[in-house]
Design a protein around this ligand. Structure first.
Ligand code: SF4
Length: 441
């Protein structure tokens, strides 16, 4: 197909989904689709779903309901991908007759072909898990056409079965991608102008462990770090149980590895961590944090916290607050627990009332807000190295991120996009920093 058609993607959920949506856009570019921010003008609408939150399926069905009338008014194709698609499969096509295609989290590579069929009126659902770990098309290679930063998937799925989490059921078991292919993709991205890569997976620390002869994740970081022209490396997400001394040492040894780690603790009490099946104690978590801070004294740590998990007492909850204070996270994602079907925690006794969980969430968020503001204020009058990513939304400033992953806005010439520059921080806000270009030395 060569005619230009418009593609609108609505993305729900986590970074993995954002990355999948980028891949969808890149894959469909080859079918003549150009992204548009305007759903009402689109020839193809893709809804990339997430099933982590409670009642996600109901929300997706009701979201899709709004397209019923629109479909009568004008011609366009409607597709659903992501975790709810994986979970519901062909049932979605049956229950939503105006839906054209459904693709699971392991079937992105089939999308161009499915869209071509849909253009000819053939409706289809593809949600099979692919368990052959050498299948290269699990990780379709994409060229998203520019940009300074790029996400590169290194593995997907998870074998950890945290008792509250649906990922192992909808994303499947861990599959790592061959290191040679990842390195090749990063080299290609750098040749195309990318300066920073974020290596992505549900549990990157266990990268390669189940593939005989494959590099460890630390080994992969070292190889990628040797690529000329690449300035920065980040990765996410890291399971505290699996972060190895070898990986911690990378923070001391590899200057290109950014001084930031997302290390989700989820809770501060051993009783709750055990119920969550997290595989570490509070003390073990804090030891890993201490080792990271020893390897890279200026490292910034972000995390995740769940409150109101079944059986969580006030004392358990206070231990979560004290853990947050000990670690001094720069920021966290915080959630009130909600049960997901199929997960072990859904049948645990000791439900915390919604009111209590909401109150605890507010206390967590208030504490984090205070710590974030204090941390951001601490950067005022320091000089930070910033990779300039683009123009800010207001259009009168540039924005970029520090090695610690803080967003910095500052006024400067747009020709600096793609460069590493020194910025003197002048103000800290709750979500970002403001600065001015530091004079050249
Ligand atoms: S490590 Fe736990 S929370 Fe993270 S994806 Fe795996 S099962 Fe889910």
């Amino acid at each position: 197909m060569s005619d230009e058609k418009l593609l609108y993607i609505e993305t729900f959920g986590c970074q993995m989904n954002v990355n999948d949506s980028e891949k969808v856009a890149a894959l469909l570019k080859g079918e003549g689709y150009t992204p548009t921010p305007d759903a009402s003008a689109a020839d193809l609408i893709i809804v990339n779903t997430c099933s982590v939150r409670e009642k996600a399926e109901h929300k997706v069905y009701s979201y899709l309901g709004r397209f019923r009338g629109l479909k009568r008014e004008r011609r366009f194709l409607l597709g659903v991908g992501g975790c709810v698609a994986q979970q519901e499969g062909a049932r979605l096509l049956k229950r939503v007759p105006w839906l054209d295609l459904v693709f699971g989290t392991h079937n992105l590579h089939l999308l161009p072909e499915m869209v071509r069929s849909a253009e000819q009126g053939k409706r289809r659902a593809a949600v099979d898990f692919i368990d052959n770990e050498t299948r290269l098309d699990l990780f379709p290679r994409v060229d998203d056409g520019g940009g300074v930063t790029r996400f590169v998937t290194v593995m997907q799925g998870c074998d950890n079965f945290c008792s509250y989490c649906i990922v192992p059921y909808v994303r499947g078991r861990e599959i790592s991608r061959r290191s040679a292919e990842i390195i090749d993709e990063v080299r290609g991205a750098v040749a195309g102008g990318v300066r920073e890569v974020t290596l992505l997976g549900q549990n990157v620390n266990s990268y390669g462990l189940k593939m005989p002869g494959e590099l460890t994740f630390a080994g992969l970081l070292r190889e990628i770090s040797a690529i000329d022209g690449l300035e920065r490396i980040r990765f996410t997400t890291s399971h505290p149980k699996d972060i190895s001394p070898e990986l911690i040492a990378c923070f001391a040894e590899l200057p290109k590895l950014c001084g930031h780690i997302h290390l989700p603790a989820q809770a501060g009490s051993d009783a709750i961590l055990a119920r969550m099946n997290r595989g570490y104690t509070r003390q073990e978590y804090l030891q890993k944090v201490a080792a990271l801070k020893a390897a890279r004294p200026d490292i910034l740590i972000t995390g995740d916290v769940i409150v109101g998990f079944p059986g969580e007492t006030e004392d358990d909850f206070l231990q979560t607050l004290s853990l947050m204070e000990e670690v001094r996270y720069t920021d966290i994602f915080s959630f009130a627990y909600s049960p997901r079907p199929e997960t072990a925690a859904a049948s645990l006794p000791g439900r915390v009332t919604r009111k209590e969980a909401t109150e605890r969430l507010e206390r967590v968020q208030a504490l984090q807000r205070e710590m974030t503001i204090e941390r951001h204020a601490g950067f005022v009058d320091t000089c930070q190295q910033v990779l300039v990513e683009g123009m800010s939304k207001r259009g009168d400033q540039l924005y970029g991120r520090t090695g610690g992953n803080l967003i910095v806005n500052f006024a400067a010439d747009p020709s600096l996009v793609g460069s590493l520059v020194d910025v003197r921080i002048t103000r800290g806000f709750p979500n970002s920093l403001l600065g001015e270009l530091a004079p050249m030395q």
